[in-house]
Design a protein around this ligand. Structure first.
Ligand SMILES: Nc1ncnc2c1ncn2[C@@H]1O[C@H](COP(=O)(O)OP(=O)(O)OP(=O)(O)O)[C@@H](O)[C@H]1O
Ligand SMILES: [Mg+2]
Length: 400
């Protein structure tokens, strides 16, 4: 027998490797989640920006501050200068002027999944940035982290191993036999004034086993459980965003079943696009299967979002062109281009929308914001189209 030129890696060595990796992660987390350093939202908006966000002139804002409908603007005690408005204050202005974009009670909250069984295509990135884009606009948003890897939970400032109890705080207890009647227990406020989060951690993975064991006996319970849970909280929100795990398991199926609409992130490179094509094929088959298990599933929209696109790579450009040709009606026009800004923000467990100060004055930042805003705007319009109470306004805006 010929011997390998490399010595074999023993189980002990693998264990050591795993331990060292855990050390790196816990050091990183210690730095990012130092005690007393709870994540806060430091965004401040000047009156010009406030006027734009609220949809009323600076003068109307000043008048409302003068006649007491709005509080006096905050000032820095040392310099006497205005410190700008927080998002909570902007939302108070929207409320005073009647410009909050909430759906009418007769409209259904939109439950949207950002789904692709392929890993690393930008699902969590899209969910976090979209949630924050919508929150900045004044919508009431809920983010449901359905992935035991919990990247979205981390970005929203929680340490999944420390701040999230696997028996009490995630979707997991809801999925267990005799679990709670509704999902309210799992909703948490975040440091974003109008984003609630249902967090995840590794314990959620056990739901896959329990579901699989239960599937044979009680298929309907398993498949519809998440949908029932979402229905139990949907009245409190305008938009509920689900971030599923990157695999075709019971959790992913539950997400497909619970969603009213899908956005499918797909990087335009050969391998990821091959997986996306495979995903679409499986999606068709899976949805037919789900329909047979009770009730057809129609979506308000299913859109493909090109993510991590690099214009400098001819293969990306060619595949994107092919995607546009093959799915002319199904692609979002906006593209989430590959951006160092996103990667850097994620590495700091943060988003591009949370950056403040000089970091926001670079060209890279402005470009990245423009891609993110374009994606957000397009999806926002798709969502509003499902709300009859928004139709008159959409006609005025020329999009209906
Ligand atoms: N447009 C982009 N530009 C640069 N980096 C990106 C972009 N989108 C995502 N990334 C990076 O790619 C990595 C994977 O992204 P993300 O976690 O959003 O994917 P995912 O589909 O949720 O992955 P998983 O399947 O593991 O849940 C992250 O490090 C993220 O910062
Ligand atoms: Mg993810």
């Amino acid at each position: 027998m010929q011997h390998s030129a490399l010595p074999p890696v023993t189980l002990d060595e693998l264990d050591q490797l795993a331990n060292r990796a855990s050390t790196v992660i816990s050091r990183l987390r210690d730095r990012l989640y130092a005690p007393g350093h709870d994540k806060t939202l430091d965004l401040r908006f000047n009156v010009r920006k406030a006027a734009e966000m609220v949809g009323r002139s600076e003068k109307l804002i000043r008048d409302a501050e003068a006649d007491g409908r709005l509080p006096e603007p905050e000032k820095d005690p040392a310099t006497g200068r205005r410190t700008g408005y927080s998002l909570t204050e902007i939302n108070r202005m929207r409320s005073v002027f009647g410009t909050l974009p909430h759906r009418a009670e007769t409209d259904r909250a939109m439950v949207m999944a950002v789904q692709n069984f392929k890993g690393g295509v930008g699902k969590s990135t899209t969910v976090c940035h979209l949630a924050q884009y919508l929150a900045l606009k004044g919508y009431r948003v809920c983010v449901v982290d359905c992935d035991s890897q919990a990247s979205t939970t981390s970005i929203f400032g929680l340490n999944p191993d420390v701040d999230v109890d696997e028996e009490e705080d995630t979707l997991y207890p809801f999925f267990r036999h005799g679990g709670p009647a509704d999902l309210s227990y799992a909703l948490r406020a975040t440091y974003w004034p109008n984003i609630a989060l249902i967090p995840a951690n590794l314990g959620l993975y056990d739901a896959e086993y329990e579901f699989a064991a239960r599937m044979a006996r009680d298929q309907a319970f398993v498949l519809d459980r998440l949908r029932e849970g979402i229905d139990s909280i949907r009245d409190r929100f305008d938009v509920i965003l689900m971030d599923p795990p990157p695999a075709l398991g019971m959790l992913s199926l539950s997400v497909l079943r619970a969603a009213d609409a899908l956005v499918i992130p797909a990087p335009p490179n050969n391998i990821d696009f091959g997986s996306t094509a495979h995903f679409l094929k499986m999606l068709g088959a899976t949805l037919n299967e789900l329909a047979r298990a009770g009730g057809a599933r129609d979506y308000a929209f299913v859109k493909i979002l090109a993510t991590k696109m690099n214009d400098g790579k001819s293969a990306h450009v060619a595949i994107k062109r092919m995607m546009d040709a093959v799915f002319p009606m199904d692609m979002l026009q906006a593209v989430l281009k590959d951006s160092a800004e996103i990667d850097n923000a994620t590495a700091n467990l943060s988003t591009v929308y949370e950056l403040t100060g000089s970091a926001t004055r670079t060209e890279t930042h402005k470009r990245c914001r423009a891609y993110l805003d374009a994606v957000g705007r397009e999806i926002e319009i798709l969502i509003r189209k499902t709300w009859p109470s928004h139709h008159a306004q959409l006609r005025k805006e020329g999009v209906l």
